[in-house]
Ligand binder design. Sequence first.
Ligand code: AMP
Ligand code: MG
Length: 323
Amino acid sequence: MLQKEKEIGLRAVGAAMAMAAAIQKEMTGSDTLTKSDRSPVTIADFAAQALICRALGAHFPGVPIVGEEDSQALRLPENREIFARIVRYLKHYDPALDEKLICDLIDMGGDRPDGTFWTLDPIDGTKGFLRGEQFAIALALIQDGRVVLGILGCPNLPAGSGGTLFWAIRGMGGWQIPAKGGIAARVHASARTETPQMKFVESYESSHSDKHTQLEISRRLNISSPPEQMDSQVKYGIVASGLAEIYLRIPNPATPDYREKIWDHAAGSLIVEEAGGRVSDIEGKPLDFAKGKTLADNRGILATNGAVHGRVLEIIAELAKGK
Ligand code: AMP
Ligand code: MG
């Protein structure tokens, strides 16, 4: 079940990882533009979305793709040079690709979430990508509001290794393989139950969560080292493979109306669950992927090894009551 989706998805994400890693090494300041929500987008975001949509469209025509990017900004005259760089990277994969075809590929990701669909974050953690740090390429297949396949490419995990690909098919465990090739191995969330030795991870960007409260929670858990910051769904990969026990994302009080995007959590959450961990929102509710492009009915995210999940939820509830 879903074997073809997994194989094609792994191949596409693997190719996009290699391309993104090459772009990251060669990045210059002029390779970035700013979207209308003021978030940055790079040539790698567009090129990776085009490459992955090309593979999905060829093998699974008719299955909608809900991707983070669209080609609108690329069509502006001031972004002509950026566009030319994207074309140059993509011509390595298919010399027939021209500007028109590339815009069409990127815009294949403009579908509405409905029934069975793919969701894609071509570069998750663009700010980490720009700092030369962690980022991820995240692809998931959602069926009727449930994530059934998650693929997560982490090009800089571990640093300097060539990267790791994680995946999970619902009911079939979480897996990883070195991006350079090798043997696939099961991943298992940490079996640790004593909190002082636990590792706690959170976003690097201060505006993406409530670091103040998260630090207080790690103190109440008696965790000896402070939360470690890193960008992107790499945090889910770290929890799934037992390298950390807690990934917490409490909404930042400055953006109370922000709703998590499905492509920021679909792949990673399934991989953690299939590795034996637990994922919910900060009230303990399961993530509901049937509410459109956002997790409209959820607040924040908690992903853990399972053992500590209930305790973290209790502390969050205590703090919410002002205790
Ligand atoms: P991370 O590196 O874990 O913070 O994840 C990066 C993702 O955070 C980006 O892809 C954005 O979609 C998302 N993001 C942007 N603004 C916010 C916000 N105010 N609160 C939570 N997440 C956000
Ligand atoms: Mg993202």
